[in-house]
Write a protein that binds this ligand. Structure first.
Ligand SMILES: Cc1ncc(COP(=O)(O)O)c(C=O)c1O
Length: 396
């Protein structure tokens, strides 16, 4: 029998629930506006265009972007990463990434590497904490390096990489830094200017609490000159020209927008900015501390192993565990769902090298528990009590 209440711990895949205002804004857009932004001079089309701009503006407020027109809407974080990587590397060069990166970086890199003149280096990280040493990035730099791509928060272990230090190194060498903020934007404060981030790829549907099918790429003013548009097509502007406009954001945004999605995202980012990302981060860190204290208490949870940072210092709210007696992590997920209504995700989480780093690639990966802003200390207590019961029963 399935459990009637659910405790959602799969926020790393997509956040749930979303603020009520997100659904209201989507419904309002669909029923009252309904026009395509930039594709008409009538009031509704203009309203839709203003809404898009407002979303870009709110995003810039959130991460201290310099120019809202440099926020490009994408389908998700994967699409943003592809836009950045393919856009910058068209002419060849050397690429740097890390062992903690997601397939959304690794696969575009691997797709490019067979091309003549394209090479890549993957920087290893500490197997216990999964931290990358910024000096190792410095050492990997070559005269031909065209991009450094780093995942800010690991979607496997929650490790937070020192992006500000990596950013300073990248800037010193004048190499664009691409940060995959899939697990951090909306959870962890990010300041693209102070962190020296040239390209920030993010989903709208995870920490920002917007709908699925939304995401974005922020391009630092000036960097776009070194990128070619990854797609071409109609923009509702400069239609007499047979090539892509060179102004932002149209240069990277051909085709009709997911305006219903962006309406939801606008409300979502408004919600995050109003709460304050520092406040949301404080809440998440308190839940992380509670989770870590329970998960690392060996007597209460015999046979449970937590991977990655064992303290709150270098991590966000993504936890990978294995429990003795569960050879397949999916069996633990199934039990947690069936008996306790706790929803988790098991496997390699699209980050096979991260699992190689922690040594779980050949045993089916881990069970992942990931936090969101609507979880409370009571929820964490419920989850850790459930894990304690499971561990004690398994330990016999
Ligand atoms: C670190 C990381 N990068 C990229 C992605 C891809 O995100 P999206 O599903 O929005 O394309 C994810 C999603 O799981 C992720 O965790």
């Amino acid at each position: 029998m399935s459990h009637t209440n659910r405790t959602y711990l799969d926020n790393a895949a997509t956040s749930f629930p979303k603020p009520r205002a997100v659904h209201d804004a989507m419904l309002r857009f669909a029923t009252e506006v309904g026009a395509s932004p930039g594709r008409g001079a009538y009031a509704q089309a203009r309203d839709a265009g203003h809404m898009l701009y407002e979303c870009r503006r709110r995003l810039c407020t959130l991460f201290n972007g310099e120019n809202p027109d440099h926020v490009i809407f994408t389908l998700n974080a994967t699409d943003a990463l592809n836009m950045a990587i393919h856009g910058l590397i068209g002419g060849g060069g050397h690429l740097i990434t890390t062992w903690m990166d997601h397939n959304s970086v690794l696969r575009p890199f691997n797709a490019l590497t067979p091309r003549p003149g394209v090479e890549q280096s993957r920087v290893e990280c500490d197997p216990a904490t999964c931290l990358v040493d910024p000096d190792a990035i410095r050492k990997a730099i070559r005269p031909t390096t065209k991009i450094i791509a780093v995942t800010h928060g690991s979607n496997v272990t929650g490790t937070l990489q020192p992006i500000r230090q990596i950013g300073a190194i990248a800037r010193e060498h004048d190499i664009p830094l691409l940060v995959d903020a899939s697990q951090t934007l909306g959870h962890v404060p990010i300041d693209v200017q102070a962190d020296h981030i040239d390209l920030l790829a993010f989903p709208g549907h995870k920490g920002l609490l917007g709908p699925l099918g939304t995401g974005g790429l922020y391009i630092r003013p000036g960097v776009e000159k070194h990128m070619h548009p990854y797609r071409q097509g109609g923009t509702g502007s400069a239609s007499e020209s047979d090539t892509q406009p060179d102004f932002m954001p149209d240069r990277f945004e051909p085709g009709s927008h997911n305006a219903v999605g962006v309406a939801g995202l606008t409300a979502a980012v408004g919600w995050v900015v109003e709460r304050g990302v520092e406040e949301l981060w404080r809440h998440e860190r308190a839940l992380c501390a509670q989770m870590i204290e329970s998960l690392t208490s060996r007597d209460e949870l015999p046979g449970l192993r937590l991977y990655g940072p064992q303290g709150v210092g270098d991590r966000c709210g993504v936890f990978s565990i294995r429990v003795d007696g569960f050879d397949r992590p999916q069996d633990l997920s199934d039990l947690l769902e069936r008996e306790y209504g706790i929803l988790t995700r098991s496997g390699l989480h699209c980050a096979p090298l991260a699992h190689q780093t922690i040594g779980t690639d050949r045993v089916g990966g881990t069970t992942r528990l990931s936090l969101g802003p609507f979880l409370t200390a009571r929820d964490i207590q419920y989850v850790t009590d459930a894990l304690a019961q499971v561990c004690c029963v398994r330990a016999g």
